[in-house]
Every structure is written in structure tokens, then in C-alpha cells.
Design a protein around this ligand. Structure first.
Ligand SMILES: [Fe+2]
Ligand SMILES: [Fe+2]
Length: 171
């Protein structure tokens, strides 16, 4: 019996899981509630650059979709592809921002790019863990929390700065 304190959910595979609400499941491949608040898009996350903002909104919507999939008890085979999509969309978004940095000769591009590279490594490690262990509640909640926290902090501290530069550079 695996105990998952603080997380209500089910682990993949043929085993019993006792969750924090003391519900017990057997041989399930379905998640139930994961106690993480969805990210809400607010004007505080707006950088003012239309492409960057549109992609941030998509990223946040994907994180929330993942959370919703878990909370609505969707099967793990639907949760896995959502995480895969989140990983590939994050890479695409970083490539877009880095191309805008290049085009506009952004002076802090090296620092900003390094932050992207470091985060992609964190994501790659979680992705590898996911492929090895499957989308367990513990891992899915770790991915959702890590991506949400990083995104909010990065948008506010770094993407906003980049967008201000892009506006001046008319890029
Ligand atoms: Fe960025
Ligand atoms: Fe960004």
C-alpha cells in the first residue's frame, strides 16, 4: 500500500493506493483530485507583446488542462500526452522568444537564454521520470507545480523586461 499524503489521486499500475482522503483503489489507471489551484491569467502576467502573451496564455491553459484532466478523473493515457504537449510547447515558446531576442539585439539575451536552458533541463528530467514511472499523482503534481511556479516568476521578472525592449525595438 502506497500512502500519498496531501495528494488525492491514483498511481498508474496494478497496485493499491491509499490517498489523503482515505479512499482506496485497486488496479486503477485513473486520477482523481489533485489539490493544486489552477493558474489564472491576469493582467499582471501580460507583457504587452502579442505573440509572447498569446503563447503564455496557451501554456497556462495547457497546465490547467493537465490539472483538470487529473481532477476530472481522466485516464492516465490522456494525462501523459498532455504533459508531452506541455513539454514540446514550452520548447517552441522558448525558441520563439530567443529568435525575437536575436532579431532585436536584446542585451540580456545570454542570461535569459540560460534561464530557458536551465528550465528545459528541469523539464527534461521530469519528462524522463514520467516516461520511467508513468504519470503518478506525485509526479504529475510536481510537474504542474514546477511549471506553474517557474512560468509565473519568469514571466514577471524576465519576459516583461524582454517585451519592453521589443516594444522599443519595434520587433
Ligand atoms: Fe522567457
Ligand atoms: Fe515566456
Amino acid at each position: 500500500m502506497e500512502i500519498l499524503p496531501g495528494i488525492t489521486g491514483l498511481a498508474k499500475g496494478r497496485r493499491n493506493v491509499q490517498c489523503s482522503n482515505m479512499v482506496q483503489y485497486r488496479d486503477h489507471c485513473t486520477f482523481t483530485k489533485i489539490s493544486i489551484m489552477p493558474i489564472t491569467w491576469t493582467s499582471a502576467l501580460e507583457t504587452g507583446h502579442p505573440t509572447i502573451d498569446a503563447q503564455h496564455k496557451d501554456l497556462i491553459a495547457t497546465v490547467d488542462k493537465l490539472l483538470e484532466a487529473c481532477q476530472q478523473g481522466q485516464a492516465v493515457d490522456k494525462v501523459g500526452p498532455t504533459i508531452d504537449y506541455l513539454v514540446s510547447y514550452t520548447k517552441r515558446h522558448f525558441t520563439e522568444e530567443e529568435s525575437l531576442m536575436l532579431k532585436s539585439n536584446y542585451p540580456d539575451s545570454a542570461e535569459h537564454r540560460n534561464l530557458h536552458v536551465a528550465f528545459l533541463q528541469v523539464v527534461a528530467d521530469m519528462h524522463a521520470e514520467l516516461q520511467k514511472a508513468g504519470p503518478t499523482p506525485t509526479l504529475v503534481s510536481k510537474i504542474v507545480r514546477t511549471v506553474s511556479d517557474w512560468l509565473i516568476s519568469h514571466i514577471k521578472q524576465h519576459d516583461t523586461k524582454l517585451a519592453a525592449h521589443l516594444k522599443i525595438a519595434n520587433t
